[in-house]
Write a protein that binds this ligand. Structure first.
Ligand code: SF4
Ligand code: SF4
Length: 139
């Protein structure tokens, strides 16, 4: 594993953090679709809130035992999102998809999510250039 690419990804996410908080205000947490473990859902919402999510078809249990959480069916997005900020951001046990978004590294492939507003604005273009220089297929 090339640790350098993970370091670059963290720097790139730090660089968009202010935009995430002040301009985008968590679009990915309001409109996204993520697959998480039940324990990760427990971090996001109390059992009562989870029941409400189930009742409105925002959550669905998959055959794998994981949970599909579809924020686009909701009016408020992820229950852990408050005033555009993730209230469990510092919790090391939060879902990997939340830790990684909008950059996903898999072997020699690096993907940035086209759903991310910072990506759409080209704010991660420099990161992709740096990733390519390290020999990654960055798309
Ligand atoms: S969609 Fe992109 S810019 Fe918006 S909060 Fe999520 S990661 Fe940040
Ligand atoms: S847990 Fe936090 S980062 Fe993950 S979807 Fe919810 S608000 Fe967004």
């Amino acid at each position: 594993m090339n640790k350098k690419i993970y370091g670059l990804a963290e720097i790139a996410k730090d660089e968009i953090a202010n935009f995430c908080m002040t301009e985008c205000k968590g679009f990915c947490c309001r409109e996204g679709y993520i697959i998480i473990r039940p324990t990760e859902l427990d971090l996001m919402a109390t059992k009562i809130v989870q029941q409400n999510l189930e009742a409105t078809f925002i959550t669905r249990e998959l055959l794998t035992g994981k949970i599909a959480l579809n924020f686009s069916n909701s009016t408020t997005g992820c229950p852990a999102l408050k005033n555009g900020l993730c209230t469990i951001h510092k919790n090391p046990d939060r879902a990997n998809v939340c830790k990684n978004f909008p950059i996903f590294i898999n072997g020699k492939e690096v993907k940035v999510s086209p759903r991310c507003l910072a990506v759409q604005k080209g704010m991660l273009d420099n990161f992709k250039i740096q990733a390519k220089k390290l020999g990654y297929n960055a798309i």
